[in-house]
Design a protein around this ligand. Structure first.
Ligand SMILES: [Zn+2]
Length: 430
């Protein structure tokens, strides 16, 4: 801890000039945030022409019908057009809010509201909470029409929308309520630690944020689950988990079809007691032996401790956000936005490597477990991935830079190629 603190103190001394010099922060925040928006629009413009291709890549040609391919191209094109418009629109709104003092106005409004209830401005934490929610609610209003359009026009037109206007409104109100119920105590604790720990706040806040993250994971993943019914799939998954000594406690199925049809599988829990969750849409679309291969991939993530490694990386990430906060004026931390863009490319690269490792794990199971019946695990996984991809109308042709920036998973073609190369490597060994 002391090592951490002395390091930070040195950085603070070096950057001390920043808080003294009269720098026009507003200007720099505008320049940097526009820079990121323009870069992201450039990526979309690189990707856009690929939606006009008339046939799928060779590796996929035998797996996807022309009709499905055309559907996916249309869906991609619609989403890309919408994305470029909403990106520029949101940037204009944010820019105007910053330029015309929206944030300062919200701070004042929070003070006025507090005053009405007889509290003075010395209730800083309370004022911060009211400020944050006034800001959150008001700034989400301009983009509300965009999300309505996206749900009821784009997703609807391509057959993905399962939401009704009533459900949409309830969901929205619920999300505001949850944001308040979770956000208010989080913010209060965060600011309290910040005040209490003084300039040694970084390690304390990091500890606090790790605990909060863990709580959120438990809260998010334990929602609306039903036990998976008896049958071939259950037997297969239980047997696979048993052979790998995966501490499987419960096996669940989740209703993924209610709101959106995008589907997958995941696991969660404590090191000695884990739960596996499979989306019912995956079960409906793929054969039991293919779903088993998807789970073999997921168990690869567990075997190589990927979630733990990701957690450690995200702690370093949080540190890189908190550390400059201690030496720069608060608003200037918005300057970190472009840095975030680069960090996300790095995080994606790590996550892509993990995906590749988990795919290899599934292909190597036959040797690891000495199980002849698993010698086609790679093929089964490939088939499941293709089905998922086609049913979700996921984009088939992807620009490499666009993908590196936006995708935490390798593209379908890259994964199929990977699976193929694991197979040939193994064949050579024999
Ligand atoms: Zn994965």
């Amino acid at each position: 801890m002391d090592f951490l603190h002395s390091g930070l103190a040195a950085v603070q001394r070096h950057l001390a000039f920043v808080s003294v010099d009269p720098i026009n922060w507003k200007f720099y925040v505008q320049v940097f945030s526009w820079g990121v928006t323009i870069f992201e629009s450039y990526l979309l413009l690189r990707q856009y022409p690929l939606y006009s291709k008339t046939s799928p890549p060779e590796a996929l040609a035998s797996h996807i019908t022309q009709e499905d391919f055309e559907k996916s191209q249309k869906y991609g094109k619609d989403k890309a057009k919408f994305s470029i418009f909403s990106k520029l629109f949101s940037q204009c709104v944010d820019s105007a809010m910053l330029q015309y003092g929206f944030y300062a106005w919200c701070w004042g409004a929070a003070g006025t509201i507090l005053g009405k209830f007889g509290y003075g401005t010395d209730y800083e934490i309370l004022q911060s909470i009211i400020f944050s929610f006034t800001m959150y609610l008001l700034s989400s209003l301009p983009t509300l029409p965009l999300s309505i359009y996206s749900t009821f026009w784009i997703e609807e037109r391509h057959g993905f929308n399962k939401t009704t206007p009533g459900l949409f409104v309830t969901d929205l109100l619920k999300s505001w309520l949850v944001a308040f119920a979770l956000g208010a105590p989080f913010l209060a604790a965060f600011l309290y630690i910040f005040k209490w720990a003084g300039d040694r706040f970084v390690p304390w806040l990091m500890g606090f944020m790790i605990s909060f993250q863990l709580l959120m994971v438990i809260f998010l993943y334990s929602n609306k689950l039903t036990p998976l019914s008896e049958g071939e799939l259950r037997t297969r998954v239980e047997s696979l988990a048993g052979k790998l000594r995966f501490p499987l406690k419960h096996l669940y199925e989740i209703d993924g079809s209610k709101r959106s049809s995008h589907s997958n599988a995941y696991f969660f829990g404590l090191p000695w007691s884990k739960h596996i969750v499979i989306f019912d849409t995956l079960i409906q679309q793929s054969k039991p032996e293919e779903v088993e291969a998807v789970l073999a991939h997921e168990l690869g993530h567990w075997y190589y401790l990927h979630p733990t490694k990701m957690m450690a990386i995200s702690q370093i990430h949080i540190f890189t956000i908190l550390a400059p906060l201690s030496c720069l004026p608060a608003c200037s931390s918005m300057i970190l936005t472009p840095l975030e863009a680069f960090i996300s490319i790095g995080m994606n690269a790590v996550s892509r490597h993990f995906e590749w490792e988990a795919d290899r794990f599934a292909c190597e199971l036959q040797d690891k477990l000495n199980e002849k019946s698993m010698n086609d695990m790679g093929d089964r996984l490939g088939r499941a991935l293709i089905t998922l991809h086609v049913k979700n109308l996921s984009t088939v042709w992807v620009d490499w830079l666009y993908s590196a920036y936006h995708h935490s998973h390798p593209t379908l073609i890259e994964r199929l190629r990977g699976l193929e190369s694991f197979r040939t490597k193994r064949a050579k060994k024999e």
